[in-house]
Design a protein around this ligand. Structure first.
Ligand code: SF4
Length: 246
């Protein structure tokens, strides 16, 4: 299992503890039946996520918007269209959980605040994320979309722009990205290096991770295989090799 996921498991759950569910499907059934913060959800609970023990790419976004809540399909909106374009893949590949796991920071639509959708509920990560990651031993690439996932996984105190700008300084299995929401159109316009430099690299890494899908069949017990081995802190490399102009 890639180092960053090991790190999260180290920090958030007891590494020596075996998975609490006998299978990923039983865990997902429990997640989908979760009612932990029902009283705070204006549309009620409807956890939207997808993953498989064979998944190679993990997408960690924020929380479902209203359209995603209504359809029950993750990234089934304009943000999803942009994300698929960034990754260079079609809908069929995107929604193939044996290739791509989609686990946001919050699994249910949190409702609207004064400035758009509310932040993802924090209960999902504390209750479920560590357990889910134990069942994803094949992840080779983790895309962290937006501030919430980056704060949780990286915790380096940088601004989103600084993190994304120095994407090459993170381990090759991790890419911090802005959220692909149309609301961020100005950011995309102001930061041309993003589409010129980062996106081609993103597509290359996604293609490489997905090409491994057909190479290594899943064998053994994923839960056993995914148990973290060494407690290591994830951080940026000391001398980021980027040569981007502002
Ligand atoms: S937001 Fe998360 S913790 Fe709350 S009910 Fe939905 S799945 Fe459960």
């Amino acid at each position: 299992m890639m180092l960053i996921l090991e790190n999260v498991i180290q920090k958030r759950v007891h590494k020596e503890r075996a998975p609490s569910y006998p299978s990923l499907s039983s865990l997902l059934e429990a997640v989908r039946g979760c009612r932990a913060c029902e009283s705070s959800l204006p549309m009620g609970p409807r956890p939207v996520l997808a993953c498989d023990e064979r998944s190679r790419v993990l997408i960690v976004g924020q929380a479902p918007g209203l359209r995603v809540h209504e359809t029950g399909i993750p990234w089934n909106d304009r943000s999803g269209e942009r994300l698929r374009e960034w990754m260079g893949i079609d809908r069929e590949t995107f929604y193939d959980a044996s290739r791509i796991a989609i686990i946001p920071m919050g699994y249910c639509y949190p409702g609207k605040g004064e400035r758009g959708d509310l932040p993802p509920r924090t209960e999902c990560a504390s209750m479920w994320l560590g357990e889910l990651l134990k069942w994803l031993p094949r992840i080779e690439l983790c895309l962290l979309l937006g501030l919430y996932s980056q704060r949780y996984f990286l915790g380096d105190g940088l601004s989103l722009t600084d993190r994304v700008f120095s994407w090459r300084s993170y381990p090759s299995g991790v890419i911090p990205l802005p959220h692909p929401s149309p609301r961020n159109a100005l950011w995309f316009k102001k930061n041309e290096w993003f589409s010129k430099e980062l996106l081609p690299d993103l597509r290359l890494r996604v293609g490489k991770a997905l090409s491994a899908c057909d190479e290594k069949p899943l064998i053994g017990d994923p839960a056993e295989e995914s148990l973290p081995k060494l407690p290591k802190r994830i951080g940026r490399k000391k001398n980021p090799p980027h040569d981007l102009a502002g």
